[in-house]
Design a protein around this ligand. Structure first.
Ligand SMILES: [Zn+2]
Length: 455
């Protein structure tokens, strides 16, 4: 399918050649080591609480001895599973109540079940595709009617919800499932694209996205990555008992080696409570402005003089166009105050943010505004301020992004961003400890022997 042509009508499209050419040498050097850290209560606990700093928990870990773990509650709940008489799948538009009624469960029982459950789990959170096991028996004296003895389901990988009949009523129970954390060290080389090479290494997409976000202040992923550059990650994953990936965990460390120059960043949570990534000397990767205020977009027109392919005249393009589907969220490039959130001539639906005395950013052709985005609203870096659209003079869905310095549009790529804040005092000392722990883990899990050649 051809890519949609999307650009500002006043700025003729120019094909921007991708810096990542299909490499002739398609061999990917894959060095990978993974250590299962099964049944370690400290880590398991740390991972149940996303807010906690799991690095601290990792420090005390010793390799697990096999056969040490207890039977999980989830297993106990499975005992007697033969009694489950039906499995239903929630379809789009279905409600739990509607589904139970379709099995002949009386209105009174449906009401009692939903009531019992709502203390621990909102049935509204159920999505289409959710499987629900039911335990039913024919109701006395009622042709098609059935009595519900119990139901159970797994609304997310970490939790089972079970409801059982208890006398005349129902009792609901949420059962925390035991997942098994694993630490993964990966080292790869860019041969096709970061995405393709990371996928070949089975790096979860969410982990890769965390890495791209953390580096996006310093690295222009559209232009700076070249075949032969390297990347390394140390990240956690959570697994089912049978080893299957249940969900990605935290990215602890990420490294890019661009043109032979390595940049390594460490995950750390300062006293402020805001988890972030820091360079080895304790400097936050977070800069005052994002270079790319949108995920996964392709630059369809860069900043600078553009020659119209048909009319032949040249015109200055004072922004960067990112082609992306309608509805793609757009982020505030930095902290600031919304100066304008309204239709603005050929820009269509338009948002402008004032960041400080000298910098503003502007976002044009939006399909709609983000929640609470209006003139005077304060925004945080990364907050959704609107969604990609094609309003105003535009030929297709894209974001037109401008950086305005002292009243003039400038090339977002050329501005010098101030370095991120450096940790101080107790935070810096805590970070240095965390960094040493991560370095020790990297050393211990250093990818060593396995080399897989991908053709
Ligand atoms: Zn534009």
């Amino acid at each position: 399918m051809p890519r949609p042509r999307a650009f500002c009508l006043s700025h003729p499209e120019t094909q921007t050649a991708s810096p990542i050419r299909p490499a002739r040498n398609r061999r990917v050097g894959i060095l990978m080591a993974a250590l299962m850290l099964a049944s370690l209560p400290a880590l398991a606990h740390a991972m149940e609480e996303p807010a906690s700093d799991s690095v601290a928990g990792l420090a005390d870990l010793q390799p697990a001895s096999p056969g040490q773990h207890d039977v999980s509650p989830a297993e106990l709940a499975d005992v007697g599973s033969d009694d489950w008489s039906a499995t239903a799948v929630l379809e789009s538009g279905d409600t739990l109540a509607g589904l139970l009624a379709s099995f002949g469960v009386s209105h009174r029982e449906v009401h009692a079940v939903v009531n019992a459950m709502s203390d621990i789990f909102s049935p509204r959170q159920l999505r289409a595709g959710q499987e629900i096991s039911l335990m039913l028996e024919p109701a006395e004296g009622d042709g098609d009617g059935q009595r519900l003895l119990g139901l159970k389901m797994r609304p997310n990988v970490e939790q089972d919800v079970e409801v059982r009949r208890n006398g005349d009523g129902y009792v609901a129970q949420a059962i925390q499932r035991q997942l098994f954390p694993s630490l993964n060290a990966v080292d790869g080389e860019i041969s096709r694209s970061l995405f393709a090479d990371a996928s070949a290494l089975e790096i979860p997409p969410a982990t890769l996205a965390a890495m791209i976000r953390a580096f996006s202040f310093d690295v222009d992923f559209q232009r700076e990555l070249q075949p032969g550059d390297r990347f390394a990650l140390l990240y956690e994953t959570l697994h089912e008992r049978d080893g299957q990936l249940a969900k990605p965990g935290d990215l602890l460390y990420a490294e890019l080696v661009l043109s032979g120059k390595p940049i390594g960043i460490y995950r750390f949570t300062p006293k402020s409570g805001f988890t972030d990534y820091f360079t080895a000397d304790g400097r936050s990767v977070r800069k005052s402005l994002l270079r790319t205020p949108i995920d996964g977009a392709r630059i369809s027109s860069g900043y600078g003089m553009r020659r119209h392919p048909i009319l032949g005249y040249s015109k200055m393009h004072r922004g960067v166009d990112f082609a992306a589907p309608t509805g793609t969220p757009i982020y505030a490039a930095g902290h600031g105050t919304v100066e304008k959130a309204a239709r603005f001539g050929s820009y269509g639906k338009y948002v402008r943010i004032r960041h400080n005395g000298s910098y503003k950013t502007a976002y044009a052709h939006l399909s709609r505004y983000g929640r609470g985005i209006k003139s005077g609203a304060r925004v945080k870096q990364g907050q959704v301020i609107g969604y990609v659209g094609s309003t105003g003079r535009s030929t297709g869905p894209h974001l037109h992004y401008e950086v305005i310095s002292n009243g003039k549009q400038v090339n977002p790529r050329s501005i010098k961003l101030p370095a991120g804040e450096r940790l101080k005092g107790a935070d810096l000392r805590a970070f240095q400890e965390a960094r040493e722990e991560i370095d020790a883990l990297r050393e211990r899990h250093r990818p060593h022997s396995t080399v897989i050649a991908v053709r």
